[in-house]
Design a protein around this ligand. Structure first.
Ligand code: FES
Ligand SMILES: [Fe+2]
Length: 394
């Protein structure tokens, strides 16, 4: 009989892919705390250019100010919480809230709060938009962390140092690309189901005939480094076939960049709940890319994404159903899945333990209230919540 110690490590249990409480912990421990790859600065080239985003229920936007700097803010008016930015993208001089008409400059300062000028104790400078930490890496990719602390607890370098100096990326000169379009697709599965799928090509020979045709699947490999996973896919040798000559990188927790010499795209796997995702794609085009090449590449990648959606949708049905708990991961072919699993497990356990010690949830995105009534009212709400689980025997 085989020694149980030699059994290969398994994938995370099905409960981690289907439990609302795990998803809520991920929102606090990962999405509200860690650096997230969001877009490329090429998308926001002009002064006033903005784009809005949602990640795990947190709404924010990025805007270029008149000095040329990119700023990110929570997409919430400081008055009564209406979103300040409503369109997915655009160009603006001023950010006006469509509820009561407060307006903000591109650096987030509150410019106007109609009729509030006579209100005692009201100071406009107290009510600028909530800023979010933003970083542009050496290849122009834009990252944010929603951690509200002055100094974010997680350092970008700890997870991503050297992601933007990968030797293989030097062949792609970012100046030669232009933002082309965004598109998205909804999925009925946990966000990690797709991230696991993305981080191995063990399924490619079975499920992606298009990839199998242009890529040497025997030599397909991944290199794991802290928060990122480089995928190495050798072309079968058709130099004209750019889809077979790609440099994809996964960026923890939920994004990837796929570079080719004529086209690149960003994928963000945006969790909506424990069982739903929105897969969001931004497509950029190289100046030398012909219409035909662009169309072929676009079609190729969209086909691959649709095939992965089919795999995830059907695997998730069984993750939700019960019966299956875990299965073995191939130590080499599914090395990227193992790496992702170890990051998820470590971060959730660490954050969960910190919460246990403090006896409360830690939600790094939350801003502290600046008003004593609110503190009292919040405590009342917590008290009600803690009693909600009690069994009232009348
Ligand atoms: S919520 Fe924005 S002005 Fe009132
Ligand atoms: Fe796939």
């Amino acid at each position: 009989m085989a020694n149980p110690k030699t059994k290969p490590a398994g994938v995370l249990p099905a409960s981690w892919y289907s439990t609302p409480a795990i998803y809520e912990l991920e929102r606090r421990a990962i999405f509200a705390k860690h650096w997230l790859l969001i877009t490329h600065e090429l998308r926001l080239a002009a002064a006033g250019a903005y784009a809005k985003f949602t990640v795990a229920g947190y709404h924010f936007f990025i805007v270029r100010d008149k000095q040329g700097e990119l700023n990110a803010f929570l997409n919430v008016c400081r008055h009564r919480a209406f979103p300040v930015v409503l369109r997915d993208e655009g160009v603006a001089n001023i950010l006006a809230c469509k509820y009561h008409g407060w307006s903000y400059g591109l650096t987030g300062k509150l410019a106007k709060a109609p009729r509030f000028d006579t209100v005692d104790g009201f100071d406009k400078s107290d009510y600028g938009l909530f800023p979010i930490h933003l970083r542009v890496d050496r290849r122009g990719f834009v990252w944010v962390t929603l951690d509200a602390a002055q100094e974010p607890e997680v350092k970008w370098e700890e997870f991503f140092d050297s992601v933007d100096t990968q030797g293989r990326l030097q062949a792609f000169d970012m100046k030669n690309y232009r933002y082309d379009h965004s598109w998205d697709m909804d999925g009925e599965y946990n966000w990690k189901t797709l991230i696991d799928n993305y981080n191995e090509c063990y399924h490619c020979s079975v499920a992606h005939p298009g990839i199998a045709k242009v890529t040497n699947l025997e030599s397909y490999d991944v290199k794991t480094t802290n928060g990122f996973i480089e995928h190495y896919a050798e072309s079968k040798g058709e130099p004209a076939d750019a889809a077979g000559n790609v440099a994809p990188t996964f960026l923890f927790p939920n994004a990837s960049i796929t570079m080719t010499d004529r086209y690149f795209y960003i994928m963000r796997v945006v969790p909506v709940s424990e069982s739903r995702v929105s897969m969001q794609y931004e497509v950029y085009r190289h100046a030398d890319c012909t219409d035909q090449d662009f169309e072929d590449l676009d079609k190729f990648f969209k086909q691959v994404e649709a095939e992965d959606k089919y795999l995830c949708t059907n695997a998730q049905k069984n993750l939700n159903a019960g019966g299956y708990v875990t299965g073995p991961l191939h130590p080499h072919r599914e090395k990227g899945v193992l790496h992702f699993k170890s990051l998820i497990k470590r971060l959730l356990v660490e954050h969960g333990n910190q919460e246990k010690i403090l006896g409360r949830e830690i939600t790094p995105v939350n801003r502290s209230p600046d008003n004593t009534d609110i503190v009292e009212e919040e405590l009342f709400c917590k008290d009600v919540c803690s009693r909600a689980g009690e069994d009232y025997a009348w």
